[in-house]
Design a protein around this ligand. Structure first.
Ligand SMILES: Cc1cc2nc3c(=O)[nH]c(=O)nc-3n(C[C@H](O)[C@H](O)[C@H](O)COP(=O)(O)OP(=O)(O)OC[C@H]3O[C@@H](n4cnc5c(N)ncnc54)[C@H](O)[C@@H]3O)c2cc1C
Length: 496
């Protein structure tokens, strides 16, 4: 930058800070989307207030001690794709604590395979679709009959596929039901809480359809894409030593240090638009309702709350309301079991839908070395997940104690290791209402309509997984962009 350019930049910044003085943006919801948005806004000197319904910030990121072990109870990692989360961690001084999952345990397993039981997830596939149906690790799961059926994919003409809209239909028509039921359904249910029939292949695996056309078969396309992915950076997930909650704590501190505030236990009931384009955010109080004045508002809640708050101002949203997203319950268990030292199912287990009451299990002390280091010898942490779009969590209606016993039984069956109530050192039950996964059929169009409509309202924004897609790697860059759009609208509102 030349001297005069840097003078210009300094002048621009000074002018922006002047414009920012006295302006306030309210962010509703303190999940990762809301907190990243708030920090971005606070950087320019705009006063930011984050208002969160729950007693603590973080949303689906929840860390706590269970039986003395610091653990992630919700999101436990982030995808390295795009480098967006690493950039924020760097800004917050946490980059030295980024950790990789352990490799010593091998990968995850699939349990509940008819006639087989449990087996490691085959290597080299995408969303469970194998590149080579005759590979030994694939054949072990689908048998010779399944492998020959899948091989038909290489022989059948590709023209019959066209642009198939459902992953389930694509997989069963090309490689057969065994691949669909035993390999793909456990992955989509575990990862997206959704059956393959509801997943749009174009969104779940970008590039798959063109690769099918190029390769002439589905398995050929998977082979080509998995080779490309091996050489492309960013295909991995990473975690934070001490838990993802450290990211939340660091964001809250940074917002507060920049003059902003994060209010918890404050559910927003309504937002009101004023004649001058500014907003009022309503909080029910014991005696009287509190109204917080704001130049702009950004909603960072999950989809159902966002739609409810937005509907009076954005007419299209009411009509577009989709089915509620899946509810997931995660039961974290800390158990004493020397048998688990051998990491019998690698880093965890996905289940064939219908075979178990739980959909997935993570063997946390096998996956994350930083957790294992803190556990006494023979003590292990497990996370058992229940619930999907097709099925309410089997823990619904149970007291936490009963849910822990059910999770222990399921863990025992999934890991092939006897675990009794006497071995349980501690437990914690957490419930999460999720948005429809972005790769659900029709979801892309629904969110496009929602976004366009929100952008037409003055100084109003929305962020979060329901718009950006599930996962920190999706939510973080979208939040940064939306914060920039709304803060510009607020800063230059008087120039309109
Ligand atoms: C069990 C589980 C495990 C996951 N694991 C991973 C993982 O390992 N890696 C990964 O990248 N992603 C993971 N995800 C997904 C990821 O956690 C989410 O996509 C992301 O955290 C969503 O962030 P968000 O800000 O959009 O929403 P949320 O985190 O849901 O935050 C929304 C916030 O809005 C608040 N709110 C709602 N209504 C109101 C209101 N009226 N007034 C005030 N506040 C309100 C809520 O209380 C909540 O705190 C996981 C999700 C779950 C449920």
């Amino acid at each position: 930058m030349s001297e005069s350019e840097s003078d210009d930049a300094a002048y621009d910044l000074a002018e922006l800070h002047e414009r920012a003085a006295g302006r306030r943006i309210v962010v509703v919801g303190a999940g990762i989307g809301g907190l990243v948005t708030a920090l971005e806004i606070a950087k320019l000197g705009i006063q930011v207030t984050v208002i969160e319904a729950a007693a603590r910030a973080g949303g689906a990121i929840r860390s706590a001690e269970v039986a003395g072990l610091p653990l992630d109870l919700g999101a436990e990692s982030f995808a390295t794709r795009g480098g967006h989360v690493a950039k924020i961690l760097d800004e917050l001084g946490l980059s030295g604590d980024i950790v990789d999952p352990g490799t010593g345990a091998g990968g995850a397993w699939i349990a509940g395979i008819p006639g087989v039981g449990a087996a490691p997830i085959p290597s080299g596939g995408i969303l469970g679709i194998p590149a080579n149906p005759f590979a030994e690790d694939v054949r072990r799961i689908i048998g010779w009959r399944g492998a020959w059926r899948a091989y038909l994919d290489r022989i059948r003409p590709v023209l019959t596929i066209g642009h198939v809209r459902s992953l389930g239909e694509l997989v069963s028509s090309r490689v057969g039901r065994r691949v669909l039921d035993r390999l793909v359904a456990p992955v989509t249910t575990g990862v997206y809480s959704s059956s393959p029939d509801r997943i749009d292949p174009d969104l779940a695996v970008p590039g798959l359809n063109p690769a099918i056309t190029r390769a002439g078969s589905l398995t050929g396309a998977v082979l080509a894409l998995s080779q490309e992915r091996k050489t492309a950076p960013g295909g991995a997930v990473r975690g934070i030593r001490g838990g993802m909650g450290r990211l939340v704590d660091a964001l809250v501190s940074a917002i507060e240090e920049s003059g902003g505030e994060v209010r918890t236990s404050a559910p927003v009931s309504r937002i009101e638009n004023q004649d001058d384009g500014s907003w009022r955010v309503a909080l029910p109080g014991d005696e009287a309702e509190e109204l917080v004045e704001a130049d702009g508002v950004i909603l960072a809640t999950e989809e159902s709350s966002a739609r409810e708050l937005l509907a009076p101002h954005v007419a299209e949203l009411d009509a577009e309301a989709p089915a509620p997203g899946p509810v997931v319950t995660v039961v974290t268990l800390v158990v004493e079991s020397a048998a688990l030292d051998a990491k019998p199912r690698g880093t965890g287990v996905l289940t064939v839908p219908g075979s178990h009451r739980a959909k997935a299990l993570t063997h946390t002390t096998a996956k994350w070395q930083w957790v294992a280091e803190q556990a006494e010898p023979g003590v292990h942490a497990l996370r058992v997940s229940f619930g999907s779009a097709a099925e309410d969590p089997a823990t619904d209606g149970l007291e936490d104690e009963e849910a822990a016993v059910l999770a222990l039984e399921e863990a025992s069956a999934m890991l092939g290791v006897e675990l009794s109530r006497a071995q349980l050192r501690g437990h914690r039950v957490e419930r999460f209402a999720q948005s429809q996964p972005a790769s659900t059929i029709g979801q892309a169009e629904t969110t496009r309509v929602a976004r366009d409509a929100i952008r037409r309202a003055p100084r109003l924004g929305a962020v979060g997984a329901w718009l950006a897609g599930t996962g920190l790697a999706q939510v973080v860059p979208d939040a940064v962009e939306e914060a920039d759009r709304v803060r510009r609208a607020v800063l230059f509102a008087s120039d309109d």
